[in-house]
Ligand binder design. Structure first.
Ligand code: SF4
Ligand code: SF4
Length: 129
């Protein structure tokens, strides 16, 4: 008992090694990969994220009749590698530096947006003869 007393006293009066989460939240590290978001207005439904995702948790579909596209992600299958963000040509995907909230059911993230028509290339100016 006498041997333990200094250790007990030291621990009692020293700074805590843990935080009182969720009241005290640690600032995320730089380049932290957290919750995935898609700014659907910038998404062109090119499927690059779906093709490159290693855990196959993204599905991109197009409905030409309604002119809409659907981007679906299973956040429970995501391994937060960030590859989808890196390959997205329009930067519509981003990762927020926070943890996804816990959920009792397996909810999918589903976003619907309008399919944009490819921009017409401007005709080259005619050369003066
Ligand atoms: S890579 Fe980007 S633009 Fe292409 S479907 Fe995925 S989120 Fe949309
Ligand atoms: S972060 Fe990785 S695992 Fe998650 S959706 Fe993107 S590519 Fe897939």
């Amino acid at each position: 008992m006498l041997k333990m007393t200094p250790t007990v006293l030291k621990n009692l009066f020293s700074k805590s090694s843990t935080r009182m989460y969720p009241f005290e939240i640690r600032e995320p590290f730089p380049l932290y990969r957290g919750e995935l978001f898609n700014d659907i207005d910038n998404c062109i439904f090119c499927k690059k994220c779906e093709i490159k995702c290693p855990s196959q948790c993204i599905t991109v579909t197009k409905d030409k009749e309604s002119g809409t596209g659907t981007w679906t992600c299973d956040p429970f299958a995501c391994v937060y590698c960030g590859i989808c963000v890196d390959v997205c040509p329009t930067q519509s995907l981003r990762m927020e530096p926070n943890h996804r909230k816990p959920s009792a059911s397996r909810e999918m993230i589903e976003m619907v947006g309008k399919i944009k028509m490819p921009k017409k290339k401007k005709a080259a100016p005619k050369k003066a003869e």
